[in-house]
Design a protein around this ligand. Structure first.
Ligand SMILES: Cc1cc2nc3c(=O)[nH]c(=O)nc-3n(C[C@H](O)[C@H](O)[C@H](O)COP(=O)(O)O)c2cc1C
Length: 259
Protein backbone atom coordinates (compact mmCIF):
# COMPACT_ATOMS: atom_id res chain seq x y z
CA UNK A 1 0.00 0.00 0.00
CA UNK A 2 1.62 3.30 -1.10
CA UNK A 3 1.02 6.44 0.93
CA UNK A 4 1.86 10.10 0.36
CA UNK A 5 1.42 13.00 2.74
CA UNK A 6 1.22 16.39 1.05
CA UNK A 7 1.95 19.29 3.38
CA UNK A 8 1.78 23.04 3.44
CA UNK A 9 3.62 24.71 6.31
CA UNK A 10 5.01 28.18 7.00
CA UNK A 11 6.34 27.92 10.53
CA UNK A 12 6.79 24.16 10.75
CA UNK A 13 3.77 23.08 12.84
CA UNK A 14 2.08 21.21 10.01
CA UNK A 15 5.39 19.81 8.80
CA UNK A 16 6.15 18.37 12.26
CA UNK A 17 2.69 16.78 12.41
CA UNK A 18 3.12 15.42 8.87
CA UNK A 19 6.52 13.92 9.80
CA UNK A 20 5.28 12.43 13.06
CA UNK A 21 2.18 10.87 11.47
CA UNK A 22 4.32 9.57 8.58
CA UNK A 23 6.70 7.97 11.08
CA UNK A 24 3.86 5.79 12.38
CA UNK A 25 2.83 4.65 8.90
CA UNK A 26 4.79 2.57 6.40
CA UNK A 27 6.95 3.91 3.55
CA UNK A 28 5.36 7.33 3.30
CA UNK A 29 6.43 9.95 0.72
CA UNK A 30 6.37 13.40 2.32
CA UNK A 31 5.81 16.01 -0.39
CA UNK A 32 5.23 19.82 -0.36
CA UNK A 33 1.80 20.48 -1.81
CA UNK A 34 3.21 23.11 -4.18
CA UNK A 35 5.16 20.32 -5.90
CA UNK A 36 1.98 18.25 -6.44
CA UNK A 37 0.31 21.22 -8.07
CA UNK A 38 3.29 21.73 -10.40
CA UNK A 39 4.19 18.11 -11.12
CA UNK A 40 1.14 15.89 -10.35
CA UNK A 41 1.80 12.27 -9.46
CA UNK A 42 -0.94 11.99 -6.84
CA UNK A 43 -2.73 9.19 -8.72
CA UNK A 44 -0.01 6.66 -7.88
CA UNK A 45 -0.90 6.57 -4.15
CA UNK A 46 -3.47 4.35 -2.40
CA UNK A 47 -3.55 6.62 0.65
CA UNK A 48 -3.21 10.38 0.37
CA UNK A 49 -2.92 12.70 3.37
CA UNK A 50 -3.06 16.47 3.48
CA UNK A 51 -1.53 18.34 6.42
CA UNK A 52 -1.92 22.11 6.56
CA UNK A 53 -2.72 25.09 8.83
CA UNK A 54 -6.21 26.53 9.37
CA UNK A 55 -6.49 30.00 7.82
CA UNK A 56 -9.39 32.30 8.76
CA UNK A 57 -11.39 29.28 9.96
CA UNK A 58 -11.02 27.71 6.51
CA UNK A 59 -8.55 26.15 4.09
CA UNK A 60 -5.39 27.83 2.73
CA UNK A 61 -6.02 28.64 -0.92
CA UNK A 62 -3.28 26.29 -2.10
CA UNK A 63 -5.01 23.38 -0.31
CA UNK A 64 -8.33 24.33 -1.87
CA UNK A 65 -6.67 24.26 -5.30
CA UNK A 66 -5.13 20.87 -4.58
CA UNK A 67 -8.49 19.41 -3.55
CA UNK A 68 -10.12 20.80 -6.68
CA UNK A 69 -7.45 19.69 -9.13
CA UNK A 70 -5.43 16.71 -7.88
CA UNK A 71 -5.93 13.48 -9.80
CA UNK A 72 -6.53 10.86 -7.13
CA UNK A 73 -6.39 7.13 -7.71
CA UNK A 74 -10.01 5.85 -7.88
CA UNK A 75 -11.02 4.66 -4.40
CA UNK A 76 -7.97 6.22 -2.70
CA UNK A 77 -8.19 6.67 1.08
CA UNK A 78 -7.89 10.44 1.59
CA UNK A 79 -7.36 12.04 5.01
CA UNK A 80 -6.84 15.60 6.16
CA UNK A 81 -5.07 16.92 9.25
CA UNK A 82 -5.27 20.61 10.12
CA UNK A 83 -3.08 22.39 12.65
CA UNK A 84 -4.61 25.42 14.32
CA UNK A 85 -3.83 27.98 16.99
CA UNK A 86 -7.17 28.35 18.75
CA UNK A 87 -10.22 27.57 16.62
CA UNK A 88 -10.14 24.81 14.02
CA UNK A 89 -12.86 26.27 11.81
CA UNK A 90 -14.63 24.37 9.06
CA UNK A 91 -11.70 22.96 7.16
CA UNK A 92 -12.77 19.34 6.96
CA UNK A 93 -16.36 20.19 5.99
CA UNK A 94 -15.03 22.39 3.25
CA UNK A 95 -12.55 19.74 2.09
CA UNK A 96 -15.33 17.13 2.05
CA UNK A 97 -17.61 19.42 0.09
CA UNK A 98 -14.96 20.08 -2.56
CA UNK A 99 -14.13 16.39 -2.90
CA UNK A 100 -17.77 15.26 -2.81
CA UNK A 101 -18.53 17.54 -5.75
CA UNK A 102 -15.98 15.47 -7.66
CA UNK A 103 -17.54 12.19 -6.43
CA UNK A 104 -14.60 11.59 -4.05
CA UNK A 105 -14.83 10.75 -0.36
CA UNK A 106 -12.78 12.22 2.51
CA UNK A 107 -12.17 9.31 4.91
CA UNK A 108 -11.47 11.44 8.02
CA UNK A 109 -10.32 14.86 9.19
CA UNK A 110 -8.37 15.68 12.36
CA UNK A 111 -7.41 18.95 14.01
CA UNK A 112 -4.25 19.35 16.10
CA UNK A 113 -3.71 22.42 18.26
CA UNK A 114 -0.28 24.04 17.89
CA UNK A 115 1.16 27.50 18.65
CA UNK A 116 -0.64 30.20 16.67
CA UNK A 117 1.45 32.09 14.13
CA UNK A 118 -0.80 34.94 12.99
CA UNK A 119 1.38 37.83 14.19
CA UNK A 120 -0.93 40.58 12.82
CA UNK A 121 -3.28 39.58 15.67
CA UNK A 122 -1.01 38.28 18.47
CA UNK A 123 2.57 37.43 19.44
CA UNK A 124 3.87 33.90 19.97
CA UNK A 125 2.74 32.09 23.13
CA UNK A 126 5.32 31.44 25.87
CA UNK A 127 7.95 28.69 25.55
CA UNK A 128 6.23 26.75 28.36
CA UNK A 129 2.91 26.77 26.49
CA UNK A 130 4.70 25.75 23.31
CA UNK A 131 6.40 22.80 25.07
CA UNK A 132 3.06 21.61 26.43
CA UNK A 133 1.50 21.68 22.95
CA UNK A 134 4.50 19.89 21.43
CA UNK A 135 4.24 17.16 24.07
CA UNK A 136 0.54 16.61 23.33
CA UNK A 137 1.17 16.64 19.58
CA UNK A 138 3.58 13.69 19.83
CA UNK A 139 0.95 11.58 21.60
CA UNK A 140 -1.77 12.67 19.18
CA UNK A 141 0.32 11.92 16.08
CA UNK A 142 0.74 8.30 17.21
CA UNK A 143 -3.02 7.94 17.65
CA UNK A 144 -3.70 9.42 14.23
CA UNK A 145 -1.13 7.15 12.56
CA UNK A 146 -2.84 4.13 14.09
CA UNK A 147 -6.29 5.29 12.93
CA UNK A 148 -5.02 5.85 9.40
CA UNK A 149 -2.98 2.65 9.33
CA UNK A 150 -6.15 0.69 10.13
CA UNK A 151 -7.97 2.53 7.35
CA UNK A 152 -10.72 3.75 9.68
CA UNK A 153 -13.17 6.44 8.61
CA UNK A 154 -15.85 8.83 9.76
CA UNK A 155 -14.26 11.32 12.21
CA UNK A 156 -14.25 15.00 11.22
CA UNK A 157 -13.04 17.21 14.08
CA UNK A 158 -14.32 20.77 14.05
CA UNK A 159 -15.87 21.62 17.41
CA UNK A 160 -17.36 23.95 18.61
CA UNK A 161 -19.68 23.62 15.64
CA UNK A 162 -21.78 26.78 15.86
CA UNK A 163 -18.96 29.24 16.60
CA UNK A 164 -16.85 27.73 13.81
CA UNK A 165 -19.75 27.89 11.37
CA UNK A 166 -20.49 31.54 12.11
CA UNK A 167 -16.85 32.67 12.05
CA UNK A 168 -16.16 30.64 8.95
CA UNK A 169 -19.13 32.12 7.11
CA UNK A 170 -18.31 35.67 8.15
CA UNK A 171 -14.53 35.69 7.97
CA UNK A 172 -13.35 33.01 5.55
CA UNK A 173 -15.82 33.59 2.77
CA UNK A 174 -14.98 37.28 2.65
CA UNK A 175 -11.39 37.38 3.98
CA UNK A 176 -9.96 34.64 1.81
CA UNK A 177 -10.84 36.57 -1.35
CA UNK A 178 -8.23 39.18 -0.41
CA UNK A 179 -5.42 36.75 0.40
CA UNK A 180 -3.50 36.70 -2.92
CA UNK A 181 -3.12 40.49 -2.86
CA UNK A 182 -2.52 40.69 0.91
CA UNK A 183 1.23 40.74 0.26
CA UNK A 184 0.88 44.48 -0.38
CA UNK A 185 0.62 44.86 3.41
CA UNK A 186 4.16 43.57 4.03
CA UNK A 187 7.03 46.03 4.42
CA UNK A 188 10.61 45.88 5.60
CA UNK A 189 12.45 47.99 8.17
CA UNK A 190 15.90 49.49 7.67
CA UNK A 191 17.27 46.78 9.98
CA UNK A 192 16.93 44.30 7.06
CA UNK A 193 20.28 42.51 6.68
CA UNK A 194 19.60 41.60 3.03
CA UNK A 195 20.12 37.88 3.70
CA UNK A 196 17.32 36.79 1.34
CA UNK A 197 15.95 34.20 3.76
CA UNK A 198 12.41 35.55 3.30
CA UNK A 199 12.56 34.66 -0.40
CA UNK A 200 14.06 31.24 0.35
CA UNK A 201 11.39 30.19 2.86
CA UNK A 202 8.35 31.46 0.94
CA UNK A 203 6.54 28.17 0.21
CA UNK A 204 4.96 29.56 -2.98
CA UNK A 205 7.89 31.51 -4.39
CA UNK A 206 6.14 34.85 -4.01
CA UNK A 207 9.21 36.89 -3.02
CA UNK A 208 12.14 38.13 -5.08
CA UNK A 209 15.12 40.12 -3.78
CA UNK A 210 15.42 43.48 -5.54
CA UNK A 211 18.35 45.74 -4.61
CA UNK A 212 18.86 43.53 -1.56
CA UNK A 213 15.31 43.99 -0.26
CA UNK A 214 12.29 41.67 -0.55
CA UNK A 215 9.70 42.37 -3.21
CA UNK A 216 6.35 40.56 -2.88
CA UNK A 217 4.38 39.40 -5.92
CA UNK A 218 0.61 38.87 -5.87
CA UNK A 219 0.20 35.14 -5.35
CA UNK A 220 0.72 35.27 -1.59
CA UNK A 221 -0.85 32.63 0.70
CA UNK A 222 -0.56 35.01 3.69
CA UNK A 223 1.28 32.25 5.56
CA UNK A 224 3.68 34.57 7.45
CA UNK A 225 6.79 32.48 6.68
CA UNK A 226 8.72 35.60 5.53
CA UNK A 227 7.84 37.54 8.67
CA UNK A 228 8.36 34.66 11.10
CA UNK A 229 11.74 33.46 9.79
CA UNK A 230 13.36 36.87 9.27
CA UNK A 231 16.47 36.73 11.51
CA UNK A 232 16.45 40.51 11.98
CA UNK A 233 12.67 40.68 12.63
CA UNK A 234 12.70 43.38 9.98
CA UNK A 235 9.63 42.19 8.06
CA UNK A 236 6.34 43.66 9.24
CA UNK A 237 2.70 43.42 8.21
CA UNK A 238 0.82 46.72 8.22
CA UNK A 239 0.98 48.45 11.62
CA UNK A 240 0.50 45.76 14.24
CA UNK A 241 3.43 43.34 14.10
CA UNK A 242 6.33 45.47 15.38
CA UNK A 243 7.60 44.23 18.73
CA UNK A 244 5.46 41.07 18.68
CA UNK A 245 7.25 37.82 19.49
CA UNK A 246 7.97 35.69 16.39
CA UNK A 247 7.51 31.94 16.13
CA UNK A 248 8.67 28.90 14.26
CA UNK A 249 8.73 25.29 15.37
CA UNK A 250 12.14 24.41 16.90
CA UNK A 251 12.31 20.98 15.21
CA UNK A 252 12.17 22.48 11.73
CA UNK A 253 15.05 24.20 9.94
CA UNK A 254 14.50 26.95 7.39
CA UNK A 255 15.66 24.74 4.52
CA UNK A 256 12.88 22.23 5.34
CA UNK A 257 10.14 24.80 4.67
CA UNK A 258 10.54 24.95 0.90
CA UNK A 259 12.15 21.66 0.06
C1 LIG B 1 -3.43 33.80 7.68
C2 LIG B 1 -3.57 32.96 8.92
C3 LIG B 1 -4.83 32.71 9.42
C4 LIG B 1 -4.98 31.89 10.54
N1 LIG B 1 -6.25 31.60 10.97
C5 LIG B 1 -6.44 30.78 12.02
C6 LIG B 1 -7.75 30.41 12.43
O1 LIG B 1 -8.76 30.78 11.85
N2 LIG B 1 -7.89 29.61 13.52
C7 LIG B 1 -6.79 29.14 14.22
O2 LIG B 1 -6.97 28.43 15.19
N3 LIG B 1 -5.52 29.44 13.82
C8 LIG B 1 -5.32 30.25 12.75
N4 LIG B 1 -4.04 30.54 12.32
C9 LIG B 1 -2.88 29.92 13.02
C10 LIG B 1 -2.35 28.69 12.28
O3 LIG B 1 -3.41 27.90 11.77
C11 LIG B 1 -1.49 27.80 13.19
O4 LIG B 1 -0.54 28.52 13.88
C12 LIG B 1 -0.83 26.69 12.37
O5 LIG B 1 -0.43 25.65 13.23
C13 LIG B 1 0.39 27.17 11.57
O6 LIG B 1 0.91 26.06 10.85
P1 LIG B 1 2.30 26.07 10.09
O7 LIG B 1 3.37 26.31 11.15
O8 LIG B 1 2.40 24.70 9.54
O9 LIG B 1 2.26 27.13 9.08
C14 LIG B 1 -3.85 31.36 11.22
C15 LIG B 1 -2.57 31.65 10.72
C16 LIG B 1 -2.42 32.44 9.57
C17 LIG B 1 -1.04 32.72 9.06
Amino acid sequence: MSTAIYYFSATGNSLVVAKDVAWGLEGVSLIPVSRAIDEGGVEQYDKVGLVFPVYMFGLPLIIKDFLKEAKFKPGAYIFSIATFGGMPGRVHSLARKILNRRGIDLACGFSVMMPGNYTPLYGAVSKEQQEEMFRKEKVRAKELSQFILEGKRGIYEEKPFLANLILYSLIYNIGSLGIPGAASGFWVKDTCIKCGLCAKVCPVDNIEMRDGKPYWFDHCQHCMACLQWCPAEAIQYKKSTEGRRRYHHPEIAQEDIRS
